[in-house]
Design a protein around this ligand. Structure first.
Ligand SMILES: NC(=O)c1ccc[n+]([C@@H]2O[C@H](COP(=O)([O-])OP(=O)(O)OC[C@H]3O[C@@H](n4cnc5c(N)ncnc54)[C@H](OP(=O)(O)O)[C@@H]3O)[C@@H](O)[C@H]2O)c1
Length: 194
C-alpha cells in the first residue's frame, strides 16, 4: 500500500462517503446518481462547520476525486484541501497541499503551523484513500449516505475493509437518520464507529 504508516501522535479523522445499494461510489469520474441536494448540503455542512470561527476543517482526497470536481469549483470553499498523489503540486492548481500518503497528510495537519489552523479532518475518497483510512486506528466516525438504488458504477467503497475493521452503526446527535427522497431516489445518513 501507499506511503508511511500513520504516526500515533497524529490527530483523528472522520470519513464521509455516499454509496449505492451495492457500494458503488463513482462512475466515469463523477457520481453515479443525479444531483442529490440534501446529500451535498450534508457534506458541505459537516465539512465546513467549526466550533472555533478562526479555524478551518481539512479535507483529504485522491487525485481522481480532485479531478472529478469542476476546475471552477475547486478547492471546495472554506476547506483546506489536501490531495494525495505521487504527482507534484503543480499538477493541482488551487490545492493547499499535495502529499504522497495519508500518513504524511495527517502528520502535516497535526503539526505546526497547520495544527493551530485546522479543527477537524475529513477523508473524502476515493477507493485507495478510504481503504487506508478505514484501516487506521485514527479513523473516528464514518458517515455513509446509503442511496437505496443501483446505478452503473466503476468505483467502489472498500466494503470488505469496512466490515473487516468491525465498524458498527451508532446514533449521532448531529445526524438525522430519516429517509430522504429526491427525484424518486431514497437515501439516508448513517454514522458508524469502530
Ligand atoms: N460517492 C462518494 O462519496 C465519492 C467520494 C469520492 C469520490 N467519488 C468518485 O470516485 C471516483 C474517484 O475515486 P477513485 O477511487 O477512482 O480515485 P481516487 O482515490 O480519488 O484517486 C486515485 C489516485 O489518488 C492517489 N491515491 C489514492 N489513494 C492514495 C493513498 N492512500 N496514498 C497516496 N495516494 C493515493 C493515487 O494518485 P497517483 O496515481 O497520482 O499517485 C491514485 O492513483 C470518481 O468517480 C468520484 O466521483 C465518490
Amino acid at each position: 500500500m501507499w506511503g508511511l504508516p500513520l504516526a500515533m501522535s497524529s490527530r483523528t479523522f472522520s470519513l464521509i462517503t455516499a454509496v449505492t445499494s451495492d457500494w458503488g461510489i463513482g462512475y466515469k469520474n463523477g457520481l453515479p446518481w443525479p444531483t442529490l441536494k440534501e446529500d451535498l448540503k450534508f457534506l458541505r455542512t459537516k465539512t465546513t462547520s467549526t466550533k472555533d470561527p478562526q479555524k478551518l476543517n481539512a479535507t483529504i482526497v485522491g487525485r481522481n476525486t480532485w479531478n472529478a470536481v469542476p476546475p471552477n469549483m475547486r478547492p471546495l470553499p472554506r476547506r483546506f484541501t489536501v490531495v494525495l498523489s505521487s504527482q507534484s503540486k503543480e499538477a493541482f492548481p488551487g490545492a493547499h497541499l499535495v502529499c504522497r500518503s495519508l500518513g504524511e497528510a495527517v502528520e502535516s495537519l497535526s503539526s505546526p503551523p497547520l495544527a493551530e489552523q485546522i479543527e477537524s479532518i475529513f477523508i473524502l475518497g476515493g477507493y485507495g484513500v478510504y481503504d487506508e483510512a478505514l484501516r487506521s486506528p485514527l479513523c473516528d466516525k464514518v458517515y455513509i449516505t446509503h442511496v437505496e438504488k443501483q446505478f452503473p458504477v466503476d468505483a467502489y467503497f472498500p466494503v470488505q475493509t469496512f466490515h473487516d475493521e468491525g465498524f458498527k452503526q451508532i446514533s449521532d446527535e448531529g445526524t438525522s437518520s430519516q429517509s430522504i427522497e429526491e427525484n424518486g431516489i431514497k437515501y439516508r445518513f448513517v454514522v458508524y464507529k469502530k
